[in-house]
Design a protein around this ligand. Structure first.
Ligand SMILES: [Zn+2]
Length: 159
């Protein structure tokens, strides 16, 4: 899947009862892109530096102007941990699951904290190539998760 922003690959991996992220003025644009299944990163209009989570000013040059750069949707696992305890009763059937810091390709070193899905948690490793998949948690929220690149059902993949 090479559609810019990750395309239309989607599924469900976490329960509806999962606490939902709250958007604010700084992150609204990022979540809006997610809703259309487009993975983006905030980029400074002045110096081009990227940052995540989104914020009002560039930490490199203090510029207040920024834009949303669309990413290819691929990346690598920078770090991860396996959650084995259900901190919410609704997650009892979901554990164990993987929380990972993913370094998206083209994001200039910015990292997203997300989940690696569609694989055995024991198979996740630092440096693992992944690609975005979208979890529609409701009509107004889509959350990017990542799966190993080139897994079954990924017709047309060349990775
Ligand atoms: Zn800047």
């Amino acid at each position: 899947m090479t559609t810019p922003g990750g395309g239309g690959q989607s599924g469900r991996w976490f329960p509806d009862e999962m606490p939902l992220p709250a958007a604010n003025a700084e992150t609204a644009g990022w979540w809006e892109a997610c809703l259309s299944h487009r993975l983006v990163v905030q980029r400074c209009r002045s110096c081009g530096a990227t940052r995540h989570p989104p914020g009002p000013l560039c930490p490199d040059c203090r510029c207040l102007e920024s834009e949303w750069a669309t990413l290819p949707g691929t990346g690598t696992v920078y770090s991860y941990t396996v959650v084995r305890q259900a901190f919410l009763p609704s997650l009892a059937d979901t554990v164990p699951y993987v929380v990972a810091a993913v370094e998206p390709d083209g994001a200039g070193g910015a990292r997203f904290v997300s989940n690696v899905v569609e694989c055995d948690p024991e198979e996740v490793c630092v440096g693992m190539p992944v690609e975005v998949v979208w979890e529609d948690m409701g009509p107004e929220l889509a959350v990017p998760r990542f799966r190993p690149r080139g897994t079954a059902g990924d017709e047309g993949a060349t990775a």
